[in-house]
Design a protein. Structure first.
Length: 297
């Protein structure tokens, strides 16, 4: 049999092409979790702050803002609780194994938990942690193979912030949108509402608090983005802001938009916090470069 040799540049090119294809087909965390039946799940990521080393939730599905903020623990806690093997690790109420996780969940959730599943992934020394809750009223969860789940989670994390992919999506939407009208720019500010909901939670330091606010804002962007169908676009900004660009021949009813946005966030934010969100006009733009700069700045 003839052996075909591939030089290093060809190998690199093939690898980059494979990564681009994989990035295009890898789902968002929330879509994957919903499709998998993981209706209360999150990804915990390690971080170093001036207060110490912690894990916090970067991606979540089925958690409120308060629930996201509670998912904070020290790296030492997780090092002493979980093995670093890339395998499912289960803690059950039947075996009285849940006490140590009391502070990680809202009381009504914790009191209804039947099992908690954890899956370390991506990095052997400082793994990310996938957490999955099964409540007493839930059907048994089909976990799937740990190795396959770990690979999927790794891909989701690696490809969720691909700049080229994001810019290509915005460019396509903007080009189509400008055929309808100029882009109307808005800022959805959630910071006051988020801070209202997490006010009673002791978060170690301002750095970690900012990361939690960003995580909640990311969840809000995924939810509200469903209201802004293509060619409209939205993207998570900083300090609890979501940037929105709308294209329409007729001017939008901003009060009606704000009402629908507030309604869409009631599972993530309390009613009081959802009402505290503001939807602010940021101007009009008639060119693609300016619109994309607004979304990404």
């Amino acid at each position: 049999m003839e052996t075909i040799e591939t030089n290093e540049s060809e190998k690199t090119g093939l690898l980059q092409k494979a990564q681009r294809i994989l990035a295009d087909v890898t789902p968002e965390f929330t879509k994957w979790a919903k499709r998998s039946g993981f209706i209360r799940s999150a990804i915990l990521r390690p971080c170093q702050t001036s207060e110490g080393e912690f894990y916090y939730a970067t991606d979540s599905f089925g958690f409120s803002a308060k629930g996201i903020a509670l998912l904070i623990e020290t790296k030492e806690f997780w090092d002493n609780t979980l093995s670093k093997a890339f395998e499912w690790q289960c803690f059950s109420r039947d075996f009285n194994e849940l006490d140590k996780f009391d502070g990680l969940f809202e009381d009504d959730i914790y009191n209804s938990i039947n099992k908690i599943f954890f899956l370390p992934f991506k990095d052997k020394e400082n793994p990310l942690i996938f957490v999955l809750i099964e409540l007493e009223e839930d059907d048994d969860i089909n976990l799937g193979e740990a190795s396959e789940t770990a690979v999927m989670l790794k891909n989701i994390v690696e490809f969720q912030n691909q700049e080229a992919k994001i810019l290509a999506k915005f460019s396509e939407n903007t080009q189509k949108g400008l055929e309808l009208s100029d882009g109307r720019l808005y800022i959805l500010s959630l910071k006051t509402g988020i801070e209202t909901d997490i006010a009673g939670i002791e978060i170690p330091g301002d750095e970690l608090k900012s990361l939690v606010i960003q995580s909640v804002t990311n969840s809000a962007q995924i939810i509200t983005n469903q209201l802004f169908r293509k060619p409209n676009s939205s993207f998570t900004g900083k300090d609890g802001e979501i940037k929105v660009v709308l294209f329409a021949k007729d001017e939008e009813d901003e009060q009606l938009l704000a009402y629908h946005i507030s309604r869409s966030l009631t599972d993530l934010l309390s009613k009081e916090a959802a009402k505290a969100t503001t939807f602010l006009t940021a101007g009009v733009c008639s060119n693609e470069k300016g619109i994309i700069a607004f979304l990404c700045q």
